[in-house]
Design a protein. Structure first.
Length: 396
């Protein structure tokens, strides 16, 4: 199959997300994938130009060696608000061009505006469009006054799509509430790769990071959102008198990093918070192995309420207990007997971690977590996804 992906995030700099895992695995199986993306991070580039020109690159794979994907980035005006106006124009031109030259068998959308364009153009050409939901998309729009408009477009996209996929059951219920026909919805979850974790070296990585045998290491990876809860975890470590051996290991970057770095500089915290920045996907197993408990301390806000980050499955596949705030989507996905332990607020994470280390339940919970996610093997997930796409293409 020829598969065209349209999204409104930076394919190259972000991830790996569900989309990277699935598309690279499909490429490895002989399918051709092209991605039309949008540099959502343009504001962070001090050398940006007002007009960002079109680019087309064959990107290095993030998870599957040799699985190269062509990423096309249409030109945009890199000014607030005008970015959206220019996106509507340039992405429409690019989508039409790709439909006419690449001739995809199916188009998969992860965005809002360019998904709307793609749906209309697919309908005129009798090409199936699949909407894949891994977030409540309109809540990610950075300008609050645009979120209502974005929600109406997202709703229309769900109503008009040939198939709406979700990464978990909570989001599937969300898509139905947004207008997707129930019979056109299904769940294809995140996967795990147990072989990816086999070569991890716990002792080597702990020694490299200056972690002692008696230290209990809390691990977080990913984008450091303001609502990630890590500030509260770090402050609990600072203020707590009974947690001297708890350390926080962070692999990632984001807007919260300066606050965390400021806490690290406080008296007694210099060697208790460890930052590693972004690391290649191939290095993550060593960091997981070096940790004792993985955490998802995010605020229970509108953005996080129904999602299940892919990192949860990777934490659990590594055989680590997970402490998470009681997010409805996470609780619906993993329940109460999966190796995931819930707290009401991020400030409780350190106390709960100490409790687990003292009562000897960490290994038991970690084994339970690993067992829970074994059915989510990436090969099986990719089989299901490939069959789903093939079915809708053949039906059309």
């Amino acid at each position: 199959m020829n598969i065209l992906v349209v999204q409104e995030s930076n394919w190259i700099a972000k991830g790996p997300h569900q989309s990277h895992h699935l598309m690279e695995r499909l490429v490895a199986r002989g399918h051709e994938v092209r991605v039309i993306d949008f540099d959502i991070l343009w504001r962070n580039n001090p050398e940006r130009k007002v007009l960002s020109p079109r680019s087309e690159v064959r990107t290095p794979p993030k998870v599957i060696p040799g699985a190269f994907i062509t990423v096309i980035r249409p030109p945009i005006i890199q000014l607030p608000l005008l970015e959206y106006a220019s996106l509507l124009y340039s992405h429409r031109i690019e989508i039409i061009h790709q439909l006419d030259t690449f001739k995809p068998d199916v188009v998969i959308g992860f965005g809002i505006l360019n998904a709307r364009i793609a749906i209309s153009q697919c309908r005129t050409r009798n090409i199936p469009f699949v909407y894949y939901i891994i977030d409540e998309l309109h809540r990610l729009v950075p300008q609050p006054f645009f979120q209502g408009y974005a929600r109406s477009i997202e709703r229309e996209n769900m109503e008009r799509s040939d198939l709406v996929l979700s990464i978990n059951e909570g989001l599937r219920e969300y898509t139905i509430s947004m207008g997707a026909a129930p019979e056109k919805t299904r769940v294809i979850r995140a996967g795990i790769d147990l072989a990816w974790l086999q070569a991890a070296d716990r002792e080597k990585k702990r020694k490299e990071l200056g972690i002692g045998q008696e230290d209990i290491v809390l691990f977080f990876m990913g984008w450091l959102y303001e609502f990630s809860g890590l500030r509260e975890v770090a402050l609990a470590m600072k203020n707590g008198k009974n947690f001297p051996h708890v350390k926080l290991l962070v692999v990632g970057d984001g807007e919260l990093l300066p606050d965390l770095e400021a806490i690290q500089k406080l008296d007694g915290m210099q060697d208790r918070i460890i930052f590693s920045g972004w690391r290649p996907y191939s290095e993550i197993p060593d960091f997981l192995a070096a940790s004792d408990i993985c955490i998802l301390p995010a605020e229970n806000n509108a953005i996080m309420r129904n999602i299940v980050p892919i990192k949860m499955y990777e934490y659990m596949a590594a055989g680590k207990p997970v402490i998470a705030t009681a997010l409805p989507g996470v609780m619906k996905e993993f329940g109460s007997d999966s190796g995931v332990v819930y707290v009401e607020t991020a400030g409780e994470v350190v106390r709960k971690a100490t409790e687990l280390s003292q009562n000897g339940s960490m290994m038991h919970l970690g084994a339970k977590a690993r067992q829970f996610v074994i059915p989510n093997d990436w090969d099986l997930i990719t089989d299901s996804f490939e069959q789903t796409l093939g079915g809708i293409v053949h039906a059309r």
